[in-house]
Design a protein around this ligand. Structure first.
Ligand code: FEO
Ligand code: CA
Ligand code: CA
Ligand code: CA
Length: 681
């Protein structure tokens, strides 16, 4: 299984043509943002930095730096690229393996066996496969004790089973294999403690739990109880089963985890007439990706556990078959890591697409809460959610976290982004009254809000959103509220279809775009922060002047830490980079990149030392998932789909030449040898 199996095909057949080529518009733009939100955020952050890109300061007199506050600066030297079966980390740091695939979470799971013979029951009670997005939730604010909520995106069937996946003579997948695959997907919560300076899994902790593609869940928001989600499993359309292809993540200010369903359409098949939403999002017509549906009718099948992946209409009514099963996927799913009695809850108001990440903006008392979300396929869109409820600081420590989730995530407005060539943009609301570019309304097209949510991509098409170069993760700068989006690449953007926000066609290396929202959430100003490139690329490719020590392609996972350092990870298969290095983690402090007027500027040929390579993963892997302890002294990242790793507990050990190990995705813990904060001086 490679990173290329995710199915990021272009299914956008809308006429949302990019604007005329204005490739350098962002370079000459001088936008101005003023507003109370930026000022409020700057005050909250206590930094005096402005919430602007290359804009005027929001406060007339920039406060002088605090005398005792050390300047924020990177404290490591950029490392060279690496192409080995080991991790490499900057000098002065160590990296070790934590909670790889198959690590038992409780006594129902046998220890992981290197021959692939663990059972489906083991798998349901152990770490899943292909670790991806994650977030650290401290216990009582501790940086020594906490819960890691983590995604298990997809599976490597060759490694999951003793000798890879099998089918019987009649073409059916064995039930036990299918159950193991279903249970290897999803998400989990695992208790971690730092003992004698080293993080360990607390086996049998009562808060440990798994969410698989079979776990019972609840639907809330506009889809709940509608005809779109009624199935034989839930005739009232309130519950559903499982979460799948959980890629990026988010979190909330009230202590819950958000897991994002990305390439889930592949697990279904519709051999009948596909409705518009299934065609637009890519439900297949021949077989499911793993042919789970082929195990239907097995003598051990319980509650249509396999039949449900065939979404062909078969009965007289939706409550007699699984025609709507795929409509219960594609959402942001909220998990309360601190209460194992709760159901995972699908917050359908945040749209239905191939969700990548869901980063919150900065909570400001008395203002709505905001989350930014990418839809990762070629030429798909950037979205945001704005809550109807205004943030109440008392909600940071609620008695019932999922009730608080309902308050901020079930009622509000979903928007899709249009990037204009002049460096501004519009957030287009996806509600019944929104006019379409064809002179109708979304209400006329899709009936009601639930119809719009079911067809979120189609609604984005209809209102004229900007097709982007595979929107992956978002991140928000804690110092000023600027939002960033990784656009990983776009092989099908032709030179004729470039626009200001996606100016290379094809875009083989990806880029990171950033914006700052207006106070009323209706508009924003944007620029491109950095272009991925090989250092020896042409001027048109290497637009940010990258050097050997920071060249990268296909940015994907991304997060700010609480100090304002931006960290981003790569999921690259572009040959101009794979010959030099495996996937990597880089760091930069955007607020330190300013011009003579104190305005933020992008990465360019003059400020190369600001963007540094911190970590490189083993052969075949993608580096993804990122979270810190509150003290910033532990960094957790994930190694997904390695080829021949891990060899030992030390992430930096390689298997001896000629030795093959069964590969295991794993979390990697990075600590500084002197015990200090990660990445900074
Ligand atoms: Fe799962 Fe878009 O990467
Ligand atoms: Ca991937
Ligand atoms: Ca990703
Ligand atoms: Ca990716």
């Amino acid at each position: 299984m490679s990173r290329d199996t995710g199915d990021n095909l272009d299914r956008n057949h809308s006429t949302n043509l990019p604007m005329a080529s204005v490739m350098d518009a962002y370079l000459s733009r001088r936008s101005v943002i003023r507003g109370s939100l930026g000022a409020a955020i700057a005050m909250i952050a206590g930094t005096g930095l402005t919430g602007c890109l290359d804009s005027e300061p929001v406060s007339p007199q920039p406060p002088s730096p605090q005398p005792n506050q050390p300047k924020l600066a990177l404290g490591f030297q950029s490392i060279a690229g690496s192409r080995t079966d080991a991790c490499v980390v900057a000098a002065g740091y160590s990296a070790y393996v934590l909670a790889p695939w198959g690590t038992p979470l409780n006594g129902k799971a046998s220890p992981w066996r290197a021959d692939g013979s663990n059972t489906s029951v083991d798998q349901a009670n152990a770490m899943g496969m292909h670790h991806d997005g994650m977030h650290f939730f401290p216990i009582n604010g501790s940086s020594q004790d906490g819960l890691l909520a983590i995604n298990f995106e997809y599976i490597d069937t060759a490694a999951l089973h003793p000798n890879g996946p099998t089918v019987d003579a009649s073409g059916k997948r064995p039930a036990e294999e299918v159950r193991k695959e279903i249970n290897a997907h999803g998400a989990g919560v695992v208790r971690l403690k730092k003992i004698n300076g080293r993080w360990q899994v607390v086996e049998n902790d009562p808060l440990n739990r798994r969410f698989t593609t079979a776990s019972r869940m609840e639907l809330t928001g506009p889809m709940r109880g509608t005809s779109h989600v009624k199935t034989k499993y839930s005739a009232d359309g309130i519950h559903c089963r499982g979460t799948n292809n959980n890629c990026g993540n988010g979190y909330t200010p009230w202590g819950t985890y958000l897991t994002c369903e990305e390439n889930w359409p592949g697990i279904f098949v519709n051999r009948g007439l596909r409705p518009d939403d299934q065609r637009r999002i890519g439900v297949g017509t021949a077989n499911g990706q793993y042919q789970w549906e082929s195990a239907a009718g097995d003598s051990t099948e319980v509650d249509d556990e396999f039949a449900r992946f065939d979404v062909t209409a078969k009965g007289a009514h939706a409550s007699e078959d699984y025609r709507n099963e795929a409509s219960t996927f594609g959402y942001i799913v909220e998990i309360d890591p601190y209460n194992s009695d709760t159901l995972a809850t699908k917050r359908t108001a945040l749209g239905r697409f191939r969700h990548e990440g869901c980063c919150p903006s900065l909570p400001v008392v008395g203002k709505p809460l905001v989350w930014y979300m990418g839809d990762d396929s070629n030429n798909e869109y950037l979205y945001k959610w704005v809550s109807a409820a205004l943030w109440d600081a008392a909600d940071a420590t609620p008695a019932d976290r999922l009730k608080t989730g309902a308050k901020y995530l079930d009622r509000g407005n979903l928007y899709v982004a249009r990037f204009d060539a002049d460096g501004t943009g519009a957030w287009l609301p996806l509600d019944v009254n929104t006019p379409t570019t064809a002179g109708s309304t979304l209400g006329a097209l899709y009936g009601d809000l639930a119809g719009i949510i079911l067809n979120t991509r189609g609604a984005g098409d209809a209102v004229g959103a900007t097709p982007m170069d595979r929107p992956e993760w978002t991140a928000v700068n804690p110092l000023n509220g600027d939002a960033y989006l990784t656009l990983t690449n776009n092989s099908v953007r032709t030179p004729e279809k470039v626009d200001a926000a996606n100016p290379r066609g094809p875009n083989r290396h990806g880029h990171i775009i950033r914006w700052h929202d207006s106070d009323d959430h209706q508009s924003f100003t944007w620029d491109i922060f950095v272009f991925g490139a090989n250092a020896t690329g042409t001027a048109d490719i290497n637009r940010s002047g990258l050097s050997e020590l920071n060249q990268f392609a296909s940015p994907d996972g991304m997060s700010f830490d609480s100090r304002g350092v931006l960290w981003f990870e790569t999921d690259n298969s572009e040959p101009t980079l794979t010959g030099y290095t495996n996937d990597q983690l880089l760091a930069v402090i955007p607020t330190e990149l300013i011009n003579a007027n104190g305005k933020q500027i992008p990465i360019d040929a003059q400020n190369q030392s600001a963007l540094r390579r911190f970590f490189v993963g083993p052969n075949g892997c993608e580096v993804t998932g990122i979270t810190f302890t509150p003290d910033n002294k532990t960094l957790f990242i994930n190694i997904q789909h390695p080829e021949n790793w891990p060899y030992s507990d030390m992430a930096t050990d390689a298997a001896p030449s000629g030795t093959k190990v069964r590969p295991r995705a794993s979390t990697v813990v990075i600590q500084r040898d002197d015990g200090g904060q990660i990445g900074t001086i």
